[in-house]
Design a protein around this ligand. Structure first.
Ligand code: PGA
Ligand code: MG
Length: 250
């Protein structure tokens, strides 16, 4: 029986209007979930320190997964780095020498990845990287391009974070808006795509909601509250009708 014990929440495009202000009403719902005994963890392409500070001020679980899963921060001085940054830096130097307008995005410092502006074709860049045999991928969060080691994604980082809490991925609900959240959708017990996600991202989640950004997060959390029993059955392959305006994708 799936027991919901944790929520993995994306930040940009889910909790924010992509790169700016957070949606206050959804913050209070997340705080209420944490107070009800659920673990609320932020899983983001931003630095793990930004996610940690958000959790600290919000009062949610102070285990923050940043850099698309490359770093897990558990205190101001404790950071678990899952990979070395070297390959991403080599890939950045290679791309800069081969493609015009490859630019660093001015973001908080990164320990395992390189973050770029969305100013070139990822396909062209990946052709160059593959020919060079570098073990990295370029992923698009709709907010920035990330050069991550190929072994890294948000689910890899979340698994390490949840292990520390004695929680399994199957006991976690993922909510997100972009391609970088797809590994979470495929690994967690349940998954909800926000309305501003593209169709491919929505198709990889169990359900998608109509609301966009913070309003979509509210709708997703309300869906969970309204359908927890059905969700649990659904996760165990028991068919169930869902009584809401979300679109079931599975
Ligand atoms: O930093 C980014 O690229 C966006 O981060 P997100 O994973 O929270 O949407
Ligand atoms: Mg996002």
């Amino acid at each position: 029986m799936m027991k919901v014990r944790a929520f993995a929440i994306d930040i940009d495009g889910t909790l924010t209007e992509n790169g700016s202000k957070v949606h206050l009403q959804s913050l209070s719902m997340l705080r209420a979930l944490e107070r009800s005994g659920y673990r609320v963890l932020f899983v983001t392409g931003r630095s793990s320190i930004e996610a940690y500070i958000l959790a600290m001020f919000l009062g949610t679980t102070r285990v923050a997964i940043g850099e698309n899963g490359g770093v897990i921060t558990t205190s101001p001085t404790e950071h678990i780095l899952l990979v070395d940054k070297g390959y991403s830096e080599r890939a950045y130097e290679l791309l800069r020498s081969r493609i015009t307008d490859v630019r660093l995005k001015p973001v908080f410092p990164r320990m395992t990845e390189v973050v770029l502006e969305r100013t070139f074709s990822i396909d062209d860049a990946m052709d160059i990287i593959r020919k060079e045999g570098l073990p990295v991928v370029i992923v698009d969060s709709m907010y920035a391009y990330h050069i991550n080691h190929e072994s890294i994604n948000k689910a890899v980082g979340l698994r390490v974070a949840l292990d520390n809490l004695g929680i399994r991925l199957e006991e976690c609900i993922a909510i997100g808006d972009s391609a970088t959240d797809i590994p979470l959708f495929l690994s967690c017990g349940y998954s909800i795509a926000i309305g501003n996600a593209d169709d491919e991202v929505k198709s990889m989640a169990k359900v998608s909601v109509k609301g966009k950004n913070g309003n979509g997060l509210i709708e997703a959390l309300q869906y969970v509250v309204d359908n927890m029993v059905e969700m649990v059955d659904d996760c165990n392959g028991i068919s169930s009708s869902s009584n809401n305006n979300s679109n079931s994708n599975k």
